[in-house]
Design a protein around this ligand. Structure first.
Ligand SMILES: Cc1cc2nc3c(=O)[nH]c(=O)nc-3n(C[C@H](O)[C@H](O)[C@H](O)COP(=O)(O)O)c2cc1C
Length: 207
């Protein structure tokens, strides 16, 4: 039985937010097709992680060197390790990522800083970084109002692209499901959403 982590990075109401609809559709379809699996939900807008900064960085560095930590550093290290371990213990990870202002929501970028830990999710080698989370399946559920998969805006997409890079660097097998263009092409919006959500449900059933 698999351990599955669902990460939500969008606090908008589902009737307004397409990526939340993707998250809900994936979760429902996944649960009805994988009844015995353990599903954990991490909502990054209700479970607030302090910005990853010097205290956490120093704590992780000192911890790796076997040095003594201050109380604040120990607290920061415990928090980092909690999220790293949660990620590492998941066989599959589902992440919802809306494109807002060309990028991923800040709490998700912050979360990636937590789990990008040398010696835990990747390691440095003479040939460059090597992933330590091999075999893990990650699916990125992204919605974007315009078209970024091709054409003039493709270079501006800074949500899925860096996440694919990061989770790929951790060694995960990363898949992306995208619904795009529903704001740009108002006349086709309903069809784009229906086809996209049907695809999300189908992929979730076999994930
Ligand atoms: C604050 C905000 C910023 C947005 N920025 C962009 C953008 O840069 N490019 C784009 O194509 N759509 C943009 N959109 C539209 C979203 O990409 C669209 O609503 C999509 O469905 C993902 O967001 P949602 O899941 O919250 O709906 C933006 C929407 C919001 C609310």
């Amino acid at each position: 039985m698999a351990n599955v982590l669902f990460i939500k990075a969008n606090d908008r109401p589902s009737e307004q937010a397409v990526s939340v609809q993707m998250y809900d559709a994936f979760l429902d379809s996944y649960k009805s097709n994988h009844a015995g699996d353990t599903v954990t939900e991490l909502d990054l807008y209700t479970e607030i992680l302090p910005f990853y900064g010097n205290t956490a960085m120093t704590a992780m560095f000192k911890g790796a060197q076997g040095m003594e930590l201050t109380a604040d550093e120990q607290e920061a290290a415990d928090r980092v390790n909690q999220y790293v371990n949660q990620f590492l213990e998941a066989d599959k990870v589902v992440i919802t990522v809306p494109l807002w202002n060309y990028a991923a929501p800040a709490p998700l970028i912050n979360y990636v800083a937590y789990i990008a830990q040398a010696g835990k999710t990747f390691r440095y080698t003479a040939n460059g970084p090597e992933g330590l989370a091999k075999g893990k399946k990650v699916v990125l559920l992204s919605a974007r109002g315009g078209v970024y998969s091709e054409g003039p805006m493709a270079d501006f997409e800074a949500a899925v692209r860096p996440l694919k890079g990061a989770f790929g660097l951790f060694g995960a097998d990363v898949q992306e499901l995208v619904i795009e263009g529903h704001n740009q092409f108002r006349d086709r919006s309903a069809d784009i959403l229906r086809e996209g959500l049907d695809n999300v449900k189908a992929v979730a059933a076999d994930f």
